[in-house]
Design a protein around this ligand. Structure first.
Ligand code: GLA
Length: 701
């Protein structure tokens, strides 16, 4: 028996055995590594279905046709021949935390490299490169990026679904005998099939995610011995991935990690690539969309910027409507020249005004799109992805440009570059407002895979030319949020829905894999533009305050009271953002009876945000038990401050009043075991509690 290959040193490791022929066998996953011992020398599979030689089923990236009867993670052929792949003769190379397993198939003339990395944050990642070593074309039908293993027994999968304006709704399915699968064919991460899952078994729980913004698939297959293989990878259209002689397919990266804290640590510590090398305090943003839509008036925008600066806002983002003849969403995408009707002297006067106020200037682009009603489409109708002979299918009256064509990408780069080079722009809101359909190139072949890579290449090119510019990934809200996009962007527009009640679930779901400072969360006007609900400013502000805070309304329309309240919440955000966004500080609890709790904790300060969604069913809320990530700081604490000054309680006892007034000191240990007895909030209201270590003196316990 060959040696055991171990990847990862901590509690979340992978142990493999490399056979002479066949895929690497998974001996253990998600636990401390196992070492060589006689038990592992025993063949783990007995005869299956009467076959004389047993084929192990818990393997990385199984291939079919040679005795493995589960779901093949790699498949392809040469015009029907070589429909079976069988890799062997594994070679290992290791460099720091990176291990590459290289297997060959001399019959089908293929080579497979599996790259597995153990990350400092505790994540393991996997990616594949498949190379055609034959003389003829090899059609790759499927090549997953990685495989992870869940133990046998009852296992649930937590996934995220939704629609426009209601992303990241958490769902749980119990896994059965059949295959659990989720596929996205929309050419973007999508609102309904987010490429992230949590796998929850009796004694092992972990998350997996694919770092890719295009078509993808996640498959959970039950093995012959009742374990589960979890495969993540790209999804190809028929004939989309044909490898010529010597050509390789490079998969996206699949990640697995033990918990949300590890995923956040990875995003913060390894994935994000900040201008200047580190994240600056996340600036409070004014986004002009809901306050102006397409109605851009220079005088008003300048006045809004002035009012924003007075409120403490630090970044002004000019949304859709500044280019072409874009008076509504039926025209001008592709015509990225400043609209001289709205901006007779160009954008410079507005940019200068904004930067003169000490704010950053950001601007909206939707580079991948074209409206049929546009100068660009008139000149180059063939630049849009389409399939000859098939009717085009508009969505939001737009089509998708074929970014795989260099002339298209060059055109877009030149347009974006011109705006960025001629103005002090420090931020792009990069939008993408439709799914891909009819995604064929001039050659009539599917372009999903190459289009996604071409979008990345354009983003990379813009970043290389303008390294000081941050990018926000938006796709009708949260339609393009994944670790592939986050590698080259710095913020995501979590959802087009700014209703605070809806945001409770949306942000809770998105937070599982994305840290709060990356999730854009805006305070918008009442009634809410998406739902018509009316919420207090306190509720709207507190639901947004721990994330990357923004304001999405016309500040000139605020009353004096609203203005001073908003100012207070912006000041509070600035005072607390260092803690909210500090690595390892943030936490969130599972909601109970409509009560959502999240916040951040350090040795000096604990901030709790308590929000009540729907009215509670219980007569009174259960005491709030603080999680270990908070109680670990120990000692006695008091509540120093409560926001708003008068939270909306259904009722409050005398003792609770004293607790909230800071007249009671309590041990964190007790707050963890017994919990904080907080009063019941009214539905759709929230409060923020700031806790500080008790400094002694008078305290009524
Ligand atoms: C999308 C975005 C919005 C806004 C509009 C502009 O819907 O998600 O935030 O930018 O486009 O058209």
């Amino acid at each position: 028996m060959s040696d055991i290959v171990t990847i990862g040193a901590g509690a979340f490791a992978l142990s493999l055995r490399l056979p002479d022929l066949g895929m690497p066998e998974i001996l253990s996953f998600g636990q401390p590594a196992v070492s060589a011992e006689p038990l592992f020398d025993i063949e783990r599979s007995s005869r299956v279905n009467g076959m004389d030689i047993a084929v192990p089923s818990a393997v990385l990236l199984p291939t079919g046709g040679m005795g493995f009867f589960g779901w093949p993670a790699i498949a392809g052929h040469r015009q029907g021949r070589d429909f079976v792949a069988q890799f062997g003769a594994w070679r290992i190379s290791r460099e720091d935390a990176r291990t590459v397993l290289l297997g060959t198939d001399p019959v089908a003339k293929l080579e497979l490299a599996i790259e597995i990395t153990a990350h400092a944050s505790g994540l393991l990642s996997m990616a594949t490169t498949l190379t055609n070593r034959g003389e003829s074309d090899y059609q790759l039908d499927r090549c997953m990026a990685g495989t992870f293993l869940a133990p046998q027994g009852a296992v649930e999968v937590m996934s995220f679904t939704g629609i426009w304006g209601r992303e990241f709704q958490t769902r749980r399915d119990a896994l059965g005998n059949g295959i659990w699968s989720q596929e996205s064919r929309r050419g973007r991460t999508s609102h309904d099939r987010f490429p992230m899952l949590f796998i929850e078994g009796a004694d092992l729980r972990f998350g997996v995610t694919l770092g890719f913004s295009g078509n993808h698939q996640m498959v959970i297959d039950r093995t012959d011995d009742g374990q589960r293989l979890i495969h993540l990878g790209e999804l190809f259209e028929p004939g989309e991935m044909i490898l010529g002689a010597g050509q390789s397919y490079q998969s996206p990266v699949a990640y697995a990690g033990p918990d949300t804290a590890a995923f956040h640590a990875f995003v913060r510590g390894e994935l994000l690539d900040w201008p200047g090398g580190h994240m600056s305090p996340r600036p409070v943003t004014l986004n002009t969309w809901e306050g102006n839509y397409f109605d851009h008036r220079m005088d008003s925008l300048k006045a809004q910027a002035t009012a924003a600066a007075e409120l403490g806002i630090e970044r002004f983002v000019l949304d859709d409507g500044w280019f072409g003849k874009r008076d509504d969403d039926t025209t001008s995408l592709g015509d990225w020249d400043i609209d001289a009707r709205k901006y007779p002297e160009g954008l410079k006067p507005l940019v200068d005004h904004v930067t003169g106020l000490g704010m950053q200037f950001g601007i909206w682009f939707e580079p991948e799109m074209v409206n049929p009603v546009s100068e660009l489409y008139k000149a180059h109708p063939d630049w849009a992805l389409s399939i000859e002979g098939r009717p085009i299918l508009e969505s939001r009256t737009q089509l998708v440009l074929d970014l795989t064509r260099p002339e298209v990408s060059d055109y877009l780069f030149a347009k974006i570059d011109a705006v960025l080079s001629n103005h002090a722009v420090s931020y792009i809101k990069w939008d993408m407002n439709r799914d891909l359909t009819h995604a064929g190139g001039l050659d009539g072949k599917a372009k999903f895979a190459t289009q996604t890579r071409a979008v990345y290449a354009l983003m990379d090119r813009v970043r290389a030319a303008h390294p000081q510019v941050e990018i926000e990934s938006c796709a009708s809200g949260g339609g393009r949020i994944d670790y592939g996009a986050l590698k080259r962007t710095h913020r995501v527009w979590t959802s087009d829905c700014t209703d605070a009640l809806e945001r409770l679930e949306i942000q809770r779901g998105a937070s599982r894999f994305v840290p709060p400072e990356i999730l854009g969360s805006h305070i918008s006007a009442v009634p809410n533009h998406q739902t018509g609900r009316r919420h207090t400013l306190a509720f709207r502000a507190l639901v947004a305050i721990a994330y990357h805070l923004g304001v999405e309304l016309n500040p000139l329309e605020l009353s004096e009271d609203e203005r001073s309240d908003l100012k207070l919440y912006i000041e509070t955000y600035k005072r607390l953002r260092g803690l909210f966004h500090a690595p390892g500080a943030n936490f969130q609890l599972e909601p109970v009876d409509g009560r959502y709790v999240w916040g951040a904790a350090s040795a000096e300060k604990i901030v709790l945000i308590v929000a009540q969604g729907p009215q509670m069913v219980g007569e009174q809320p259960a005491p709030l038990r603080l999680p270990d990530s908070v109680t670990r700081f120990g000692g006695d604490w008091t509540i120093e401050r409560v926001l708003p000054a008068e939270p909306e309680f259904i009722r409050i006892s005398e003792g609770q009043k004293r607790l909230l007034a800071g007249e009671v000191s309590f041990s964190l240990a007790a707050a963890g075991r017994a919990g904080l007895p907080l009063p019941m909030l009214k539905p759709e209201s929230a409060m923020l509690l700031e806790l500080t270590p008790f400094k002694g003196g008078k305290s009524h316990g």
